[in-house]
Design a protein around this ligand. Structure first.
Ligand code: NAD
Length: 436
């Protein structure tokens, strides 16, 4: 029955959590023909979808609007409608708590919301990044309290999301998707479902293997970024240009993969996800050493950038206290409007603690509030006057929207943490450049 509904693309599809992951996923399955409903707790997102207005840069309005207009895609605050769905994906946040342990409250809430309405023949797929064992131990056990049996009455799988915001080449459709069922039938049905909209689906033997594969991917990035960040610190001591060294190493056509250093790691994934794995391993009496070490190096990078600013000001006979510092980019990486865990926020805070007056410009983030209850920060215009006013400009993002020649023409000193001014490509401008 469910198999037939999936093959004919008549299965009603629900996505819980319509954020960076949920919205693009919902759009892709709706485009494949599935009647799709987004379940959200944020009324602003439900309202925006109703207005056919996308709030995620990777989903253009032109893609969203026809799906909403034709009734293929809608969003709701009404979780009662979960009972009508044949297939449900869970795409809610998995942050860390203050003590840096997994905060599973969003997954627990979504699980409870489904469990209350669970019926025979439904397939549920967890997408949120999490520690190995979550789908079986947390979701399946909660669902089976209803008396229904996994693999017989309902189906359950884990399929990690791999969305890479602002990646022009890879989206939901052409990024291979790993799927692991809690049991064989659940795995088959989840594979069949995603195969309708994703070019390559990669089934693995279990939900746990799929959970672990995602954490390997993110740990791989975190560790390699940690490595090049440490190489940047070493090159600084050795008075070498780290970018030149990395570019040279990257000419090796095998056995080397290029990663670049920067002001630190940000976003919802790299700074957080590996700690889901180390947390799980701690409970098994095992210390995940690479994860801890990479985390230490990466969180040190904003301090390193601040030291560069301090020295740059010192060279001009100035102290940090009282100096005006302009950050170019508050987002966590180039060309996105997402500023979760952004290292630029750490740099801003550290400089303010030292008494600097910090302003920022970011064409993707016109304003933001770092924490509830705090004041709103507003992006200053990138004018010759603003650049001249700053005692130091820090490149925290290399957004395509920036004209770095213009910046160098008007700024006095620039601390460049993103290789916006490669030594191999001379710029014309009066500014002194301090490279990472
Ligand atoms: N952003 C990425 O690049 C990315 C990439 C791969 C995996 N992931 C993982 O995907 C998951 C979701 O991340 P995201 O970036 O989409 O987060 P997000 O914050 O952009 O979106 C989550 C959405 O869920 C909603 N929400 C929270 N609780 C809810 C509930 N109980 N019911 C319904 N909606 C609820 C929020 O309002 C929000 O809109 C996380 O586990 C993350 O680690 C994210």
């Amino acid at each position: 029955m469910l198999e037939e509904l999936i093959r004919s693309r008549r299965a009603r599809y629900g996505v819980i959590g319509m954020g960076y992951v949920g919205l693009p996923l919902a759009v892709e399955l709706a485009k494949a023909g599935f009647p799709t409903t987004g379940f959200e707790v944020d009324p602003a997102k439900v309202e925006a979808i109703g207005r056919r207005a996308s709030y995620i840069a990777d989903v253009p309005d032109a893609e969203l609007a026809p799906l909403v207009a034709s009734g293929k895609l809608n969003a709701t605050l009404d979780f009662e409608r979960l009972g009508e769905m044949d297939v449900i994906s869970i795409c809610v946040p998995t942050p860390l708590s203050k003590s840096r342990d997994p905060d599973m409250s969003y997954v627990v809430k979504a699980t409870e919301d489904i469990a209350k309405r669970l019926r025979k023949g439904q397939l549920v797929i967890l997408e949120s990044t999490t520690y190995p064992g979550t789908t079986e131990e947390l979701v399946k056990d909660a669902f089976e309290k209803s008396g229904l049996r996994c693999g017989a009455d309902f189906y359950l799988a884990f399929s990690p999301e791999r969305v890479d915001p602002a990646n022009p080449r890879f989206g939901v459709r052409n990024t291979p998707k790993v799927v692991g069922g809690v049991d064989a039938r659940s795995g088959e049905l989840a594979t069949l479902f995603y195969s309708q909209a994703v070019e390559t689906v990669v089934p693995v033997s279990s939900a746990r293997a799929a959970e672990m594969a995602k954490l390997l991917e993110n740990t791989f990035r975190s560790v390699n970024i940690g490595l090049v960040n440490e190489v940047a610190l070493m090159c600084d001591r050795l008075k070498l240009d780290v970018w030149e060294v990395i570019d040279a190493a990257a000419t090796k056509p095998f056995g080397f993969m290029k990663f670049v250093p920067g002001p630190g790691v940000g976003g919802h994934c790299i700074p957080l996800d590996p700690f889901y794995l180390s947390w799980k391993l701690r409970s098994l009496n095992y210390k995940a050493r690479f994860i801890e070490l990479a985390g230490e190096v990466n969180t040190e990078m904003p301090h390193y950038v601040v030291r560069k600013v301090t020295h740059a000001l010192n060279d001009d006979g100035k102290s940090v206290r009282g100096s005006r510092v302009l950050l170019l980019g508050i987002a966590y990486k180039n060309d996105v409007n997402d500023m979760r865990e952004s290292p630029a926020l750490d740099i801003q805070k550290l400089l303010e603690e030292l008494g600097a007056k910090v302003a920022y410009n970011d064409p993707h983030v016109p304003s933001y509030r770092a924490h509830e209850g705090e004041g709103v920060h507003t992006s200053v215009p990138l004018t010759p006057e603003e650049l001249r006013r700053a005692d130091c400009v820090v490149v925290t993002c290399r957004h395509k929207a920036y004209d770095f020649g213009f910046v160098a023409k008007h700024a006095r000193v620039i601390v460049d943490s993103r290789n916006a001014y490669p030594s191999s490509a001379p710029y014309s401008g009066a500014a002194r450049i301090v490279r990472l």
